[in-house]
Design a protein around this ligand. Sequence first.
Ligand code: PEP
Ligand code: MG
Length: 766
Amino acid sequence: MLSILRSLVQEVNGARDLQEALDIIVSRVQNAMGTEVCSVYLLDPASNRYILMATEGLYREAVGQVSLAYSEGLIGLVGSREEPINLEDAPSHPRYRYFPETGEERFRSFLGVPIIHHRRVLGVLVVQQRESSRCFDEGEEAFLVTVSAQLAGVIAHSEATGAISGLSLTGEEAKDVCFSGVPGAPGVAIGQGVVVYPSADLDVVPEKQTDDIDYELAQFGKAVTAVREDIERVASRLAAQLRPEEQALFEVYLRMLGDNALPGEVVNRIREGLWAPGALKQVVQQYIRHFEMMDDHYLRERAVDIRDLGRRLLAHLQEGEQKDVNYPERTVLVSEELTPAMLGEVPKGQLVGLVSVRGSSNSHVAILARAMGVPTVMGLVDIPVNQLDGKELVVDGFDGQIFASPSADLRAVYQEICDEEDELVKGLEALRDKPCETTDGHRVSLLVNTGLMTDVVRSLSHGAEGIGLYRTEVPFMIKDRFPSEQEQREYYREQLEAFAPNPVTMRTLDIGGDKALTYFPIQEENPFLGWRGIRVTLDHPEIFLVQVRAMLKASEGLNNLQIMLPMISNISEVEESLHLIYRVYHEVREEGYEIHMPKVGVMVEVPAAVYQVRELADRVDFLSVGSNDLTQYLLAVDRNNPRVAQLYHSYHPAVLQALVRIAHDAHAVGKPVSICGELAGDPGGAALLMAMGYDALSMNAASLPKVKSVIRSISRSWAIQLLEDVLLLDSPHVIKSCVDLSLRNAGFGRYLRPGRSAAAIAEQAV
Ligand code: PEP
Ligand code: MG
């Protein structure tokens, strides 16, 4: 069964469109189960009806013609109950509904299973049999459920691909095709999609057409020659160390690169009008599918060689291609996985929106996007990325949705929201030099989180009182090797100078988890529980010491440096770090630099630290809560995994209780405590944190004016009452609604989301 399933999934994955995928499914399942009928009904979102999309065994003419209302017939019953229905004599069931067009009356046994993807019923997969004596057994039922679960993602993806190219299930024109992910950075953008992909990843190459076939052929020809030379070079270098049969492997590679093999097929597709990387992708994927379906283990393994060859060819093609990515005036960057480097490649002023398949609202790229004020949607798992290249897109970073090919009405409604948002931001500029103080005189410092120099410029214009978190890994991420001490010193000086004499809190390198350096790869099964933050740098003092030395030298004459340690889970980590910092401090002074010992603080972002706040605070000058990680670790929810993004909730009662406790315990031993997680930049979250007693809130620059406006308009006693009320509640959703409602009643509804809800907009536009 497993091998049938595997080849079925391979074949379906390779289908050109939804119809071909469904035809393959019904014919293979009918064959594998030895049944007389196998059919697929899909739920058409536009009409809310199940449409017979493919069949093997019923009359073919019925395909596309027969449809059932949402709760009609046995199909509707399977869909609404969301479980299999297995009947020996279907016609005697009260919900049986007979369609003469299908010729269904001959069949008595019926087994229907729902096709469900991310809680959404996409359709129903059915097998039928003539004689009633054949009741489908448990094994068959389990097989069909497995097939359906495996194929649900592929069907969702093909459905979305069809919709993007402008067709609904019924073949009618599809407008305002909406995809839902999670909000990454607030705001709305209208622009043109540009699909970018990490180098040498065939899976994410878009299948674009070209107008310059000769150019593509020439590029591909050069890539083949270059790869051939690479392989010959490797082969001759290893010749002395390999046995003849091992050397023969290189011969296989070179044969695959012969004109009549893989390159010949790629050339044919380029001649049909595809650009070279897209043609290469199609041919390589076809070869891989072919090899993977083979029964012979040795031949199956050859798929790996083809993939490798494909990657090598692509890498050479991309070398030539890098220069000419054409970014339109209003670029919406779309990728399987966005990286900070990709953001950096878009010319200044042209990046209006971001869309990423992987990641969620707490991924680092989303944090960067918020800092840069670029509306972003993350975790769009079912989106056919490649189809979005060149398409007009609306990015709704408030609701976490994107719309492809928007109608004029929808565009107009979103344009209105963009204008409202601009107005709001302009209105807040006047607050820049006003203190962040409640109506009853409670003062709280508003700081910014930075990483790039652009953040600094924005922060200053938004009236930040200092930097609460400088993510030093950002300058490390945009290089292709560790930056030298001198380079680091320059980066750090820029940040320190921009804010002097106000404090600038620099966090020591926090790599690992989701923050990867291409030149220092960390491969782990469970990276968020692995080698991360201080654990890496204490194991590599040569990195830590250079960084601290660069920070200290950069602070000369400014004396506004504070150093902060990430991912602390043990007191010994603080003690070891302090020991190293003191050592560098003395060394740098001995070298003649006039520096002061900086304040040192600890991040509270691991549950263990919550329970050792007093012991930690005794050893350092300040604490700062990293609520992004603290939420992830308290709730056991990966902050980057879109599948569980709905469970990641900073308003979870457990998170709020932990935050209350941290503030209380830090103050009990007389140490200041701030917070630098994203919750601080949420107007409701900021009000609660201020009520808990946090001395400073550090957030992305774009959120700062809104938070200041809210805090200046409320009293601390109002916020304390709100905090007391929500601490009595036990559901994160109810807490969030309660906070939102209080803000709305206090006149801050416009900060939660300008304009109407997306649902209302889409409804109006249809
Ligand atoms: C946090 O974890 O809340 C934090 C501020 O650090 P980062 O998001 O960079 O992990
Ligand atoms: Mg963190």
